[in-house]
Design a protein around this ligand. Structure first.
Ligand code: BDR
Ligand code: CA
Length: 310
């Protein structure tokens, strides 16, 4: 496995990155690329470095990416993740800095030069990936798959129609959906089915590592948001964790191979992912759209990660 994690950390991004760090080696993780989304890209880059510092994995390189969507103004979500992006959870300060190379150049170089096909884990808006593919379309030949958190077949979490990651950069999403790469979609359809109940939090806590405290802090931050409590009284979904947990164990979710397109122009439904659940459009199938999860498995992967990390 060769993976690149593209991320806007982000509380649930942090959980996803920790899962990857627990299960994949420095050799397998070619790099972490950051993108503007939950927070500005500079804060996100610092957070990626802070997460690596905590895990003792400073050999993994961080490449700072795009600071704004391809064609639009940036929309952020500090109200969810805090101004520091990690909900005030005390990750250490970083002792190293990001690389000089920018994320899009790194993506093009690393993917085209990799001897093994590369899997992209996309945890935020698709700006870096869309830009890399449009500047160097031949890289798609060396991408094994793109597993992304984003979208929904059944309504959004940021507008009635759109999920946050896709809404931030629908134009980049469009490029990725048309790319011909194998795409695995972890949308709200599936992420809303796995909740951090108190038993699951206790299991993580019982691993008694420093990481367990941080994981519990990240999930508590989300679970305590009024908007989350209203919809999920027993805990929080941990959206981005699906992406890396799926790479650890692909039996985590089940789904259907269908057509998915994204709305890029309507004011009313901008960023909506139109998932052809009923297979009636006649359009080419392009996405493994996940709609069922073994929720115990997700949390046992998070618990295992906690036990494997410092
Ligand atoms: C997605 O939006 C972000 O706020 C989260 O990090 C996740 O990637 C959920 O809609
Ligand atoms: Ca994210």
């Amino acid at each position: 496995m060769r993976i690149i994690i593209d991320t806007d950390p982000g509380t649930d991004d942090a959980v996803a990155i920790l899962i990857a760090l627990a299960h994949f080696t420095d050799e397998e993780i070619l790099g972490i690329t950051t993108v503007a989304g939950n927070v500005g890209v500079k804060v996100g880059t610092t957070n990626a470095l802070r997460i690596l510092e905590q895990a003792g994995r400073n050999n993994i390189k961080v490449f700072e990416g795009e600071s704004a969507p391809l064609k639009r103004e940036l929309l952020t979500a500090e109200w969810v993740h805090g101004t520091d992006g990690l909900g005030g959870v005390p990750f250490p300060g970083p002792s190293k800095t990001e690389e000089d190379q920018d994320a899009v150049t790194f993506l093009k170089d690393a993917i085209s030069n990799s001897e093994e096909k590369v899997t992209l884990c996309v945890l935020g808006p698709m700006t870096n990936i869309g830009k890399a593919i449009s500047e160097m379309p031949e890289i798609v030949e060396n991408i094994e798959q793109i597993v992304f958190m984003g979208g929904s077949a059944t309504g959004g979490n940021t507008t009635p129609a759109a999920e946050f990651n896709i809404l931030v950069d629908p134009d980049a999403t469009h490029i990725v959906l048309q790319s011909g790469v194998k795409l695995v979609m972890m949308g709200l359809d599936v992420t809303h089915q796995a909740i951090s109940t108190s038993n699951r939090i206790k299991n993580i806590s019982d691993t008694n590592t420093k990481t367990s405290e941080l994981l519990v802090g990240l999930m508590s931050r989300l679970a305590n948001l009024e908007i989350v409590k209203k919809k999920f009284p027993d805990g929080t979904p941990v959206h981005d964790a699906f992406v890396t947990a799926y790479l650890v164990d692909s039996s985590l979710t089940k789904g259907n191979f269908v057509n998915v397109e994204v709305e890029t122009s309507s004011d009313l439904t901008l960023g909506q992912t139109v998932v052809d659940v009923n297979e009636i459009s006649g359009r080419d199938k392009n996405v493994y759209w996940m709609n069922e999860v073994d929720d115990d498995k997700l949390f046992s992967i998070i618990t295992k990660s906690s036990s494997l990390l410092p």
